[in-house]
Ligand binder design. Sequence first.
Ligand SMILES: [Zn+2]
Length: 435
Amino acid sequence: MLRAVLRSLVLALVFSAGLLALTYYALPRFGLVVDVRPIDRSIFLYRMEPTLEARLEGAPSIPMSQPTPTTANEVPRVRNLVVLLADGLGFSHLLAARTALVGARGRLWVERLPITSWHTTFAPEGTYTDSAAGASALAAGVWTTPGYLSMDPDGNPVPTLMEEALAAGKSAALITDSYIWDASMAVWLVHHPKRRDFEEVAAQMAASGVTMAFGEARSDGDEALTARLQPFRDAGFDVVTEPQELERLSYGHRSQIAALPPHSIAAQDTFPNLVDLVDMALLRLMADPDGFLLFVETEEVDSGGHNYDFDRVIRGIEALDKAAQRIVETVRDRNDTLILFTGDHETGGLALGNSRLEEPLSPMWAWDYHTPAPVPLLAWGAGAERLAGVHDNFQVGRILRELFAKPENRTGDALRDELADVEFSAGASKHPEDG
Ligand SMILES: [Zn+2]
């Protein structure tokens, strides 16, 4: 009996050894490879998930309406300008959002904007920048010191695209899911060396005549909020502080400011989210025959980077992506509107830790502050091709000015000469206040 069992065991061993030898040695010699490694389930799903293929195939770049009208000196005529800003956005943030939201081979809506580029973000001092200087570069075309709101490094005010648009009779709206006096909002209307001087920021915003400013109020207390809203009331703004009051604004024709409770906009499943506010703004902006400038920001990408909150980064990009979709769908038949999606600086030095883009992605953060990394820039519409190529951040603002300014203010060839002469200035070393 024992002999029979042993004989069976030996036979089984010999048979197994033969099978292994056949699998790994003999069959490959005839070109047959049998891969018996465990199936990597994530790769299997990734290849077989049909909706990912569909998203990729069904998501070509959005064609631009052509031709764009040009002025006498061949500068495309941009009547309406939309700037979508993901504060703290880097390339890894964008890829992480894509992978989480539509799959690694899908496309976010903003990734369908056909003109692609990037811009550097470092400050004149050679350091990383902050939202004040980074957004000033876009809003005023100025390369400046962190903490400064649309001022050059010597403290001289630099006119912004939004101020010029308002002066030209256009409408202008600022929308953020952060607080309303935040630097990324303020740079469009305020000239000040201290971004945290919220009373002065509010006073200058109120004096600007901006058409609409929608955001949240910081939880600094009711007294501070009342004081900051007073200049808006004095300037004749319609002022609301609660979501249920927003509907009232739809029927108004005065300038409007909504300073909503903290975290009321960033939450996407409650009214109002960024798309709701964009809808409200577009209704009024699109009715202006002179054109408009619309700025829409998510602060969640920057806050997510500062707090190593990966999900917050992804949700922020998702919210802005939906806003981008709504705007593109509204203006896609026009040939006089330019849409730009970018960041002001990268936050967190984000790297994606996995060797494959499988879920859940493993974020690796370099640190909890900004970095001088370049950031993505995507664009669609009138004059968008002018944004192709690599730029320094302030050059983006100058190109926008060239495209969007009144024809008589355009600089044409002079601008290109000026850009060619830009040098790396070693300005006085100043440090960002924070943010
Ligand atoms: Zn920040």
